[in-house]
Design a protein. Structure first.
Length: 87
């Protein structure tokens, strides 16, 4: 079943954008750290494993994918969600 990984990764993407939209970007170093952690987790031997065959989605794999996508989108998305400036 390939729908579950798509839903989990999509949820990470949408949740990161929602957090950015409602809370706006924080200090730049938090976003850099977030993107760096996501990149580091993605290139580890566990993070770069191929997708499991259909029907064998393990909760740990899906959780890791969710966290990597959330951290990366939240880190990089700060470029587009700047804090509002008051005039």
């Amino acid at each position: 079943m390939t729908l579950l990984p798509i839903l989990v990764i999509g949820a990470g993407f949408v949740l990161a954008l929602a957090v950015l939209y409602f809370c706006r970007a924080k200090a730049w170093y938090w976003h850099v750290l977030s993107a760096a952690l996501a990149a580091a987790a993605a290139v580890t031997p566990r993070g770069s494993m191929p997708l499991p065959p259909a029907g064998t989605n393990k909760p740990l794999d899906l959780t890791e994918a969710f966290i990597i996508v959330f951290l990366f989108i939240w880190g990089v998305g700060a470029l587009f969600f700047r804090p509002r400036r008051q005039a």
